[in-house]
Design a protein around this ligand. Structure first.
Ligand code: NAP
Length: 277
């Protein structure tokens, strides 16, 4: 029996999604990749004729999510792996950023991902197999000023992944939350939504952060093709992790954050236990 899988990846037009799709196709897997533009669909299907299938989908369109998954399963058979990759970063000081920006951030990064999961789960459960990979971020563990909405969405997806993994373990369905550090993709370039500045009080804190992120775009430490190789290994692993950090920056920042949390918990331990009845 072939161990080649059918992998559904959202957002294969650039970055991690494109790199993972290319790596999976090269390894002989079949990939269904979602894109928003017809030109991206054509470019994707040129990858590997017969094994690269593009589907047009905007993750803010709930009805289309269910339809694309149902139609794809009818046409191509069962999906083995869902990779919730599509997403973007909102950057802006919270007080300056309209909550509509937050809603949109959560629509794509959280609700879109959850609706994709709900669309594949009935078939995964029926077959008692499947793997869901959610691309979260080190911003799902640590925070920085100016990306509160983004971190909120990635903390949400980390938490959802963790609970979901416990619900699905009895059905032999794996859930892995992959949290990358800074990688060379379009994330901080064309994809980032930046709320305009207007409160001078935040200039000193935030202007250097915004400028540094712009300057670093395209020169980040992480190589998406190496991340893709690791993610494919995770897909091919029978005992994949529930959480995986990618990148030495993510590793250091998350470790520092956990140590800081431990210190704070210890410092306030007596207060924490003082409320027991
Ligand atoms: P990217 O190159 O900008 O790719 C983002 C992908 O998501 C594109 O294919 C984009 O499609 C798609 N997308 C965005 N909004 C969408 C929507 N509403 N509906 C459908 N597709 C949509 O950036 P990336 O870094 O590869 O991002 C992939 C994931 O990694 C994201 O979830 C991101 O938050 C996460 N991440 C990135 C980094 C990093 O440093 N790069 C670090 C941690 C986590 P279009 O081409 O149509 O815009």
């Amino acid at each position: 029996m072939s161990d080649h899988k059918t992998i559904l990846i959202t957002g294969v037009s650039s970055g991690f999604g494109q790199a993972l799709a290319a790596t999976a196709l090269a390894a002989g897997h079949r990939v269904i990749g979602t894109v928003r533009r017809e030109t991206d669909a054509r470019a994707f299907e040129r990858h590997a004729s017969g094994r690269a299938h593009a589907r047009r989908l905007d993750l803010t369109d709930s009805a289309a999510i269910a339809e694309v998954v149902a139609q794809t399963s009818r046409e191509l058979g069962p999906i083995d792996v869902l990779v919730n990759n599509a997403g973007y970063g909102h950057e802006g000081i919270l007080e300056e950023s309209p909550t509509d920006e937050m809603r949109r951030q959560f629509e794509v990064n959280v609700f879109g991902a959850v609706e994709m999961i709900q669309a594949v789960l009935p078939a995964f459960r029926a077959r008692r197999r499947g793997h869901i990979i959610n691309i979260t971020s080190m911003g799902g563990y640590i925070t920085m000023p100016g990306i509160a909405y983004y971190c909120g969405s990635k903390f949400a997806l980390e938490g959802i992944s963790d609970a979901l993994g416990k619900e699905l373990a009895p059905f032999n369905i794996h859930v892995t939350a992959v949290a990358p550090g800074s990688f060379r993709t379009d994330w901080a370039g064309r994809s980032m939504q930046r709320s305009p500045r207007h409160i001078a009080d935040y200039d000193a804190l935030f202007d250097p952060v915004r400028q540094a992120r712009k300057d670093k775009s395209g020169h980040q430490l992480g190589d998406p093709s190496k991340a893709a190789r690791v993610m494919l290994d995770i897909i091919e692993n029978d005992t994949p992790p529930a959480h995986l950090l990618l990148g030495s920056d993510a590793l250091k920042l998350v470790r520092d954050r956990l140590a800081e949390m431990s210190r704070e918990i210890k410092a306030w331990e007596a207060v924490a236990v003082s409320t027991d009845g």
